[in-house]
Design a protein around this ligand. Sequence first.
Ligand SMILES: C[S@@+](CC[C@H](N)C(=O)[O-])C[C@H]1O[C@@H](n2cnc3c(N)ncnc32)[C@H](O)[C@@H]1O
Length: 224
Amino acid sequence: MKKKIFKTQDGSPSFLIRELDETYHSKYGALTEASYIYIEKGLSSWIKKNNKKEVSVFEMGLGTCLNAYLAFCFCKKNNIKLNYYAVEKFPLSKEEIELLGMEKYLPYPKFHKLFKWLNSSDWNTNNFYEDFFFKKSNSDFFDSKINNKCDIIFYDAFGYNAQPEMWGEKALEICSRTLKPCGYWISYCSKGSVRRCLEKLGFEVDRLQGPPGKREILRAIKTV
Ligand SMILES: C[S@@+](CC[C@H](N)C(=O)[O-])C[C@H]1O[C@@H](n2cnc3c(N)ncnc32)[C@H](O)[C@@H]1O
């Protein structure tokens, strides 16, 4: 599908897919959204709550590797070992990543070379960058078979209108299976039907204040 590059409100770029009327990130700020939702309310919150020095993250929808990069930087700064698993059904090409030019807007210049490494590392193999483990699978989320292994899921699918199947019980059940007890599921989503479905699956769901342009987001904790 053809993608158009646009500048989000914090200056960082993102892709728009016209056919789906969907963007890869919030138009109010790609970097702001990723840092606030996935790092502050996801990764950082889980680490503080569980007081751990190692964490395993699963990302649904790797896209540009922005969330993976920010997670790595957070863990490096805080001396935490990170294992990162991600699925991506429609990988971006090298040319698309280069044209996007996200690198110029990334924090932590000393880690910029990692952003390139994340995007250029091999698919479907175990990759290591120092003690950081990274495996990106070029596969459909519905084929994921990572059972009871992850502490946090960054759930970053396209929105309900474009991909309703990603927000229904079958998909959320896979998330529940993927997570260890007390694991976090975090997303930009605030949809009532998603919250109710997570609750039905045994999650404790919090409605948190959203990033700029978004009133609420959901964070769910696996209780069973
Ligand atoms: C909103 S974008 C995510 C942006 C990304 N997290 C980033 O930081 O750039 C949604 C991503 O999910 C991927 N995707 C959509 N359906 C999928 C599926 N069934 N399995 C795996 N990936 C999927 C898309 O190709 C796209 O890269």
